[in-house]
Write a protein that binds this ligand. Sequence first.
Ligand code: XLS
Ligand code: CA
Ligand code: CA
Length: 439
Amino acid sequence: MEFFNNIGKIQYKGKDSTDPLSFKYYNPDEIIDGKKMRDHLKFALSWWHTMGGDGTDMFGCGTTDKTWGQSDPAARAKAKVDAAFEIMQKLSIDYFCFHDRDLSPEYGSLAETNAQLDIVTDYIKAKQAETGAKCLWGTAKCFDHPRFMHGAGTSPSADVFAFSAAQIKKALEATVKLGGNGYVFWGGREGYETLLNTNMGLELDNMARLMKMAVEYGRSIGFNGDFYIEPKPKEPTKHQYDFDTATVLGFLRKYGLEKDFKMNIEANHATLAQHTFQHELCVARINGAFGSIDANQGDMLLGWDTDQFPTNVYDTTMCMYEVIKAGGFTNGGLNFDAKARRGSFTPEDIFYSYIAGIDAFALGFKAARKLIEDGRIDKFIDDRYSSWKSGIGADIIAGKADFAALEKYALEKGEVTGSLSSGRQEMLESIVNNVLFSL
Ligand code: XLS
Ligand code: CA
Ligand code: CA
């Protein structure tokens, strides 16, 4: 059955096309640096927003029909698969990401829930064989059901910890079954509301215990990909433990998890932490922890996670600049953890919003490549640090200078202002504009 029979396969028509159902910048099979654009960008559909999100918010019910014509949960889960694969094929999206419960909901018991999930993953596997669509990463929805009200791995209840472990075990099996090379831990309700009722030390130790078990089990069933932590500073809890990349790095190193975990950086979570998207990507990159991206954007005037489709080309450019500097994606990719606005409620809006996001990243990718090829930014940064290449700077880096030697140097040298140069921020910003608008 075709769900979107008034929409054909979205074609690349170039930047002068006015057809809203066409790509202006994303030409999936165009070869750039010996690789197809689709393989550079590795776009993924998010099962939760796209197949399940109906616009429900705390002020009102859904506006978009995401029942896929089925009222029975098992039949709906299968219809969702058909619709998802149709969307991916029509948009030339090669990957998808899922929570276990997006694929198949909870039934009466964990055993029954697992058995129903198996039926759906069997069905997806067959569809993958037919179409070539791949799984980017999987995760477990350990935050929705009331049992997770105080967290999952960080719950004060050991029974909830055990239940979470069982659910993650199954989600890992589903990820391996579907060929996913990533497994995400997003904090869910792993955080706290008040320290008056919270043993933070125990909660963090337990979170690490759960992750260690996941790594051990994952590796034992042939999961060779990356585990990711997806930082977020707040929402749903007041203080999420995985606040930002720097915080997560400290956690991973404390518990010896840094070899198995990388970051899944989400743009909207970066801005909620009062960082730029590029900052989070750069912190991950320079620490060898860059993994994957949840592509979306927030609204600077709102203090919550709006998960909008990304359209800001400055941000996509600086994001792809970091991705290129990190050597491109290996196991990761660009997952559209994004939803159309509640008022964008028709089936076409799914396509318009993905096209907007995909084109913004295709454009950002091209702009980032040009920025690097242009070389002015890199050269400026290089020159700015030239004092570290010779003389006292080189000595410091080589470990040849101690405090006594530096004191002697400083006393002899006198005032240092003469060796400072302008940061030229405005000039550099105008270079970015120059590159972006002459694409
Ligand atoms: C919520 C998160 C979530 C993760 C997957 O804010 O973005 O959707 O990406 O659990
Ligand atoms: Ca996310
Ligand atoms: Ca989000």
